[in-house]
Design a protein around this ligand. Structure first.
Ligand code: GUN
Length: 294
C-alpha cells in the first residue's frame, strides 16, 4: 500500500470534541442545551443500532437527546402529527426521522413536513434547493463528512477534477453540489454511465457512493488521486463469515491512490459527527447566533 490511509475515526473524534466545546459555550450563552429529536418507526435492526449510537453521541456531546420509538403499525397521519409537534417544540433544534420508513408511509411526505430549519439531515427539498443555489442550508451529513476529510487532506480544492459515483439525493447529488461550491470540475457518474473506468481515471478526487461492493477497481484510479469510499457492503468472506467492504477495491486502489478512506473507519464515523455539528448549527441559527466555528 502506498496511499495515505485517511483516518475518519480520528477526524470524527476531533470534530465531536469541538462540537462538545461549542455546546458548552451555547449553554453558557443561551441557558439551555441544544436538543436533537430522533424518530424511529419499527424495529429494523440496523436502524435500531444507528438510532442508539446517535442518541449516545448526542448525550456525549452535552446535548439533549429526545427519542421517539414508534411501532411499525404507526399511521402516516400519526407520524406527521409527531413531526408537527416537534417542529413546534422550543426545546428541539434538530429532527431526524430514521429511514427507511415502513412501506405504508410516504417518506417524501414526512421529510417535507419537517421544518427546514430543524432538518439536520438536510433532506428537505428547501435545503436541497438552498444548497444548489449556494444559500445557507442544512447540508446532508455524509457528504459534509466527505468534504471535511477532503479539505483536511488536500486543502484548497479549486480547479480539481472530481468524479462522484452515485446520484442519490442523500449522498451523490449533495456531494456534487458541495464540490462545485469548492470550485471543482464535477462529474456525476452512476451505474448507467458509459465507460465509468475512463471517467474515474480523469479524476483527482473520487467519491464512490453506488452501493456495489468493490466495484471501483485499482486500475480505474489516477495515480495520486484522493479516494473517498462511502460504500458499506457486507459480503461473504473466505472463512465462511462476512465482512464489510466499500464500493472501492481497497487493496488495489491503495496501490495507486495518493490517499484513501478505509471501510470501516473512513466516512462512516464522520456521519454522526456531522449530525451533531448540524444540530449545534441549527440551534445557533434558531437563537439568532452566528454559526459556531468548527
Ligand atoms: N438511514 C440511514 N442513514 C440515514 C441518515 O443519515 N439519516 C436518516 N434519517 N436515516 C438514515
Amino acid at each position: 500500500m502506498s496511499a495515505r490511509r485517511i483516518d475518519g475515526k480520528a477526524a470524527a473524534l476531533a470534530l465531536r470534541h469541538k462540537v462538545a466545546d461549542g455546546v458548552a459555550a451555547f449553554r453558557e450563552t443561551v441557558g439551555r442545551a441544544p436538543g436533537l429529536a430522533v424518530v424511529l418507526v419499527g424495529e429494523d435492526p440496523a436502524s435500531s443500532v444507528y438510532v442508539r449510537s446517535k442518541g449516545k453521541a448526542t448525550v456525549e456531546a452535552g446535548m439533549d437527546s429526545i427519542e421517539h420509538k414508534l411501532p411499525d403499525t404507526t399511521s402516516e397521519a400519526d407520524l406527521l402529527a409527531l413531526v408537527d409537534q416537534l417542529n413546534n417544540d422550543a426545546a428541539v433544534d434538530g429532527i431526524l426521522v430514521q429511514l427507511p420508513l415502513p412501506g405504508h408511509i410516504d417518506s417524501a411526505k414526512v421529510i417535507d413536513a419537517i421544518a427546514p430549519a430543524k432538518d439536520v439531515d438536510g433532506f428537505h427539498i428547501e435545503n436541497a434547493g438552498r444548497l444548489a443555489v449556494g444559500a445557507e442550508a442544512m447540508v446532508p451529513c455524509t457528504p459534509l463528512g466527505c468534504l471535511h476529510l477532503l479539505k483536511t487532506e488536500l486543502g484548497d480544492l479549486t480547479g480539481m477534477d472530481a468524479v462522484v459515483i452515485g446520484r442519490s439525493n442523500i449522498v451523490g447529488k449533495p456531494m456534487a453540489m458541495l464540490l462545485l461550491g469548492e470550485s471543482c470540475t464535477v462529474t456525476i457518474a452512476h451505474s448507467r454511465s458509459k465507460d465509468l473506468p475512463a471517467l474515474v481515471r480523469r479524476a483527482d478526487i473520487v467519491v464512490a457512493a453506488v452501493g456495489r461492493a468493490e466495484m471501483v477497481r485499482g486500475d480505474w484510479i489516477k495515480p495520486g488521486a484522493t479516494v473517498i469510499d462511502v460504500g458499506i457492503n457486507r459480503i461473504a468472506s473466505d472463512d465462511g463469515k462476512s465482512r464489510l467492504v466499500g464500493d472501492v477495491a481497497f487493496d488495489e486502489a491503495a496501490e495507486v491512490a495518493g490517499a484513501i478512506t478505509p471501510v470501516p473507519g473512513g466516512v462512516g464515523p464522520m456521519t454522526i459527527a456531522m449530525l451533531l455539528r448540524n444540530t449545534l448549527v441549527a440551534a445557533h441559527r434558531r437563537e439568532g447566533l452566528q454559526d459556531p466555528q468548527l
